[in-house]
Ligand binder design. Structure first.
Ligand code: FAD
Length: 506
């Protein structure tokens, strides 16, 4: 069998799986199958119709421009647009409807921004959590004479709210879980970090990767659609067979033999299922990576109104709970609302506000009936805003934790990751078997390049991609895409296949 006939099963049709499968086809592999438990493509990219347009229940923005593969792919087709300073110019509103004066709010925002952006050197030497670092910094700055005029209660309420915001960035429950040093493992791509997909949603990226007919200028791959099995959950990967092939079992009782399997399921799924998903069990280092890397939940709440009740230049608000008002909802059925930290305008959606909720309360929201969640959100609008709030006409929330195909939103580096001394590198390592003899490599017909000579006999039979396996771009789509390409390249390198399509052609 030629190298191009090797059977490769990619588990998961999210960004990483689709990127991996399409790249494998580009390399010339012909026997590629994608298996997806959901009935749709995209995974944590989930664009749905809503309001005047579409919304993204998962990934929404391309975060940055430089060294960002998503930006590279999208900007060639002019698919992205700046979101503007929505997440900078928001109003800070207290639970008695008092709007914190802009000059006070701006100074408080500057303190927290400064703590993270310009103090990276300090974080490098920080042995504690991001939470303790930020809290020390914030209150240390506040003690300076130039901040003496700021009401301490407002500063505290602001910082409580800011921590919730930062938890949404990390997907952590509390910032005490996040490693201060580990925080720096994430590399922010330079440039605009809130680029939206205009009126198409993030799903447009998948159309680019799949060379959809709407992009006729891209070299065609042949339809990947026919190679994706939807609604097919993988229940077990038997990887230590004597013939060095892998058997994949499905929930409907079917099974399939493959030469290579690329696992792109989320870290949340791996955490819950790795002990029964792999037979035999995974090596200890891999188990430690799965257990040590952290994965948390962030959910979104979209509310559509008949028309905007806010002024044109208003971009949204964050909720600063006064201690005495929090008592109104704590110990009641509305206690979960404490962790909805703000609502913001949405690009291309004139009548929609998008809220965010974190931690255990975000997971709890997923279990509540929709009318209860909507009633809670309406309560928040009326509690915090002084305008007349109309009855919403559309409502949608995400539920990333309760779905067994995700079990959360994205990965981060926790104190436990640091203590266990594990990381993305261990997660990304393939499971290999030693092949007895070097293989003969069949050169792809369409290329004149000579195949590389194989000198190694370690055959990667189970490979791991997915956002969490990205060393510096974890928690993002560009990290997921890069990881998918990385594993496709690993297989191409193993078979000595030269690159079929140059990056610049995409
Ligand atoms: C609320 C939210 C907001 C986000 N915002 C952004 C953002 O603005 N910008 C950004 O860059 N990133 C963002 N992200 C992160 C981004 O969405 C992810 O990093 C990325 O989409 C992950 O892609 P993936 O292919 O690694 O994993 P996934 O998308 O999770 O794909 C894995 C696939 O495997 C399938 N699967 C799971 N188990 C099985 C099984 N047993 N058998 C078969 N199939 C299985 C799943 O159904 C899924 O489709 C956000 C995520 C969330 C949840």
């Amino acid at each position: 069998m030629s190298s191009q006939q090797q059977k490769i099963i990619v588990i998961g049709a999210g960004a990483s799986g689709i990127a991996c499968a399409t790249k494998l086809l580009e390399y010339g592999f012909q026997n590629v199958l994608v298996v997806e438990a959901e009935q749709r493509i995209g995974g944590r990219i989930h664009t749905i119709p809503f309001g005047d347009n579409v919304i993204d229940l998962g990934a929404q923005w391309c975060h940055g421009e430089q060294d960002n593969i998503v930006y590279e792919l999208a900007s060639k087709h002019d698919l992205l647009e700046t979101t503007g300073p929505v997440y900078e110019n928001y109003q800070c509103v207290r639970s008695n409807r008092e709007v914190v004066p802009e000059h006070v709010a701006n100074r408080l925002k500057a303190i927290v921004n400064d703590s993270l952006v310009t103090r990276q050197l300090e974080l490098r030497n920080c042995s504690g959590s991001l939470g303790s670092y930020l809290s020390n910094k914030f209150y240390e700055m506040l003690r300076r004479p130039e901040y003496a005029d700021i009401d301490e209660r407002i500063a505290k309420e602001f910082f409580e709210n800011y921590q919730k915001f930062e938890n949404s960035v990390e997907a952590s429950d509390t910032l005490d879980q996040v490693s201060g040093r580990g925080y720096l493992e994430y590399w922010e791509c330079e440039g605009d970090i809130l680029l939206n997909w205009k009126d198409t949603g993030f799903v447009e990226l998948l159309r680019v990767l799949l060379r959809a007919p709407s992009f006729p200028e891209l070299p065609q791959l042949g339809s990947l659609d026919e190679r994706v099995l939807f609604g097919r959950r993988v229940t077990q990967i038997q990887w230590n067979r004597n013939d060095s092939r892998v058997e994949v079992l499905f929930s409907n009782g079917d099974s399939c033999l493959a030469d290579h399997v690329v696992v792109t399921v989320s870290l949340g799924v791996l955490k819950e299922q790795h002990w029964r998903l792999f037979e035999p069990k995974l090596p200890v280092e891999k188990q430690r990576a799965i257990e040590g890397l952290a994965f948390g939940t962030v959910n979104k709440i979209f509310v559509e109104f008949p028309q905007p009740f806010w002024p044109e230049d208003w971009t949204g608000f964050t909720m600063l709970w006064r201690e005495e008002d929090l008592q109104d909802i704590r110990d009641t059925e509305r206690a979960w609302l404490e962790d909805v930290f703000g609502f913001y305008r949405v690009s291309y959606q004139p009548n929609v506000l998008a809220g965010w909720i974190i931690n255990a309360n975000g997971r709890h929201m997923e279990t509540l009936p929709e009318d209860e969640v909507l009633a809670g959100c309406t309560y928040l609008f009326r509690r915090f805003l002084h305008w007349q709030i109309p009855e919403p006409i559309g409502f949608r929330t995400s539920a990333w934790y309760s779905n067994e195909n995700f079990r959360g939103s994205y990965s981060y580096r926790s104190m436990e990751t640091e203590q266990m001394g594990t990381g993305a590198h261990d997660l990304a390592q393939p499971l290999t078997v030693v092949t007895p003899t070097p293989r003969t490599v069949t050169p792809p017909q369409e290329t004149t390049e000579l195949p590389l000579l194989q000198t190694r006999c370690d055959k990667p039979i189970v490979l791991f991609a997915g956002e969490a396996s990205s060393p510096h771009y974890y928690s993002t789509v560009h990290g997921a895409v890069e990881a998918g390409w990385r594993e496709a390249k690993r297989l191409a390198d193993f078979y000595g296949l030269p690159r079929a399509v140059k990056k610049s052609q995409l």
